[in-house]
Design a protein around this ligand. Structure first.
Ligand SMILES: Cc1cc2nc3c(=O)[nH]c(=O)nc-3n(C[C@H](O)[C@H](O)[C@H](O)COP(=O)(O)OP(=O)(O)OC[C@H]3O[C@@H](n4cnc5c(N)ncnc54)[C@H](O)[C@@H]3O)c2cc1C
Length: 438
């Protein structure tokens, strides 16, 4: 029996974006999610009335635009990093930009130099930096350790890439540029508001969503016919979108129907990870610094509840992170670095503690393209090697970074299904065939 239904495997942002677009266009679509709840890495959990993302999450304006295009609107405040502090040589001092009177880690000349570099970021196109690493770019734009430290901190903050010699400048500088055009937004209620918004679009368009449904295999030979579920049942489909699964999991599923990912999915700079400390406080301690960024250590602290509704009453939600700079560190050492920054920025936080969750190795992005190859080297949505199977996720396609990639590839996967359906209709064929990249 043939069907024109699309099955989307994975109920994270990539899968939900794809399904929302298909449902909006009136296509039959079902999302199958292995976990009991939707959202994947964009899920938010609740603890005594506090809402915490799994690691600090900030939305960039190009992604807000991508969400608006499928009818999802979000709310929340924009981060004011300039009201924060920087950590330099073990001490906190005022954010050095814009240059102003007061104690600063950077001298007046350094602050002016920094402003000039950032003005250049706004006027030049990051796509032209394809053959440079973020470390090369910093070297070319800084003459003092202070300026280099501040540029490194901004690139890490925007891209999560702390192995600066492995991070393509195109990505890191592009993200700094996006944040300079319009500051990032922290979301009311947490990132689950994106998940709920997309899921509502899927259901409003007649799409179905099933949680606690793990896909264990694909059906078909050369042309996909559906999927196998962990409970032993099968679901038929005309096309299958593998959305947000890791490259390894995706490759394993493809192997049983004769497909395989191109080598670009494995020859990379590896994953981008971060150690995260997510905290709920009864109230902020007196004199607390709400935002701090390490210049000579890859550290981040931000009080998300200052900009978004996340905590009851006077409560505060604070996210701390140590970006992975490639230095081997034990979990205890990483937690120690985070707590030392917390002690400096918000002394007394332990007395106000309601809840803390430490996760030493969160996968922020599955695939770091190598400098010189850049975003264009990532596998494309049609690179599965099996007709009817499409890929989406944070490691797929030439557009976006972090959730930007998940949204852009999810939308592109839906476009591929819609285009194939239009072609099939023109030819009078009952099912659509999604051709694979040569
Ligand atoms: C600590 C941290 C901080 C971050 N901060 C930011 C930020 O500030 N800005 C930003 O833009 N991005 C950020 N990100 C990245 C962002 O969270 C991800 O890009 C995005 O959520 C990934 O969505 P996805 O759908 O591609 O993948 P996932 O969220 O991983 O979703 C994949 C889904 O597939 C499901 N699944 C897997 N296997 C199967 C199977 N066999 N059958 C059925 N379902 C299956 C999983 O359960 C999961 O729900 C951050 C990530 C982390 C970890």
């Amino acid at each position: 029996m043939k069907t024109d239904e699309t099955i989307v495997v994975g109920g994270g942002i990539a899968g939900l974006m794809c399904a929302a677009k298909l449902a909006n266009a009136g296509r039959r679509v079902t999302v199958l999610e292995a976990s009991a709840a939707l959202g994947g890495r964009a899920a938010t959990y609740e603890e005594q009335g506090y809402r915490l993302n799994f690691g600090g999450h900030a939305l960039y304006w190009p992604d807000e635009k991508r969400l608006r295009a499928v009818g999802v609107r979000i709310s929340g405040g924009h981060l004011r990093a300039d009201r924060g502090s920087v950590l330099w040589r073990g001490e906190l001092s005022a954010w050095p930009l814009p240059p102003r009177v007061g104690r600063s880690a950077l001298g007046v000349t350094e602050r002016a130099a920094l402003l000039r570099v950032l003005a250049g970021v706004l006027t030049r196109h990051p796509e032209r930096l394809t053959d440079q690493s973020a470390a090369d770019w910093i070297d070319a734009h800084s003459r003092t350790p202070g300026v280099a430290g501040m540029l490194g901190a901004l690139l890490r903050l925007s891209s999560y890439g702390a192995r600066l010699d492995a991070m393509p400048a195109e990505i890191a500088v592009g993200m700094v540029r996006a944040a300079a055009v319009r500051p990032v937004r922290y979301l009311d209620g947490g990132w689950v508001s994106i998940v709920d918004g997309l899921a509502a679009r899927v259901r409003a368009g007649g799409g179905r969503i099933e949680t606690s449904t793990r896909v264990t295999g694909l059906l078909g030979e050369e042309q996909v016919r559906g999927v196998c579920i962990a409970d032993g049942t099968e679901r038929l489909a005309g096309s299958v979108v593998l959305a947000g699964l890791s490259p390894t999991r995706t490759d394993r599923l493809l192997a049983n129907v004769g497909g395989a990912l191109p080598p670009t999915a494995t020859v990379t700079g590896g994953r981008v990870t971060a150690a995260c400390l997510d905290v709920a406080l009864r109230r902020l301690p007196a004199g607390a610094i709400s935002f701090a960024l390490g210049l000579d250590e890859p550290l981040y602290l931000s009080t998300h509840s200052r900009y978004a509704t996340l905590a009851p009453g006077e409560g505060a939600v604070v996210h701390l992170m140590r970006y992975d700079d490639g230095q081997p560190q034990s979990d205890t050492e990483m937690r120690g670095h985070l707590e030392r920054l917390f002690d400096l920025a918000q002394p007394g936080w332990r007395d106000e503690l309601i809840h803390a969750r430490f996760a030493p190795r969160m996968i922020v992005d599955h695939l770091l393209p190598v400098p010189g190859a850049g975003l264009a080297s990532r596998p494309d949505i049609t690179d599965a090697g099996v007709a009817g199977v499409i890929l989406a996720g944070d490691w797929v396609g030439p557009a976006g970074w972090l959730v930007g990639s998940s949204l852009a590839s999810g939308a592109a996967a839906a476009d591929a299904v819609l285009a194939a359906a239009t072609t099939a209709r023109r030819r009078g064929s009952p099912t659509a065939t999604i051709t694979q990249a040569a």
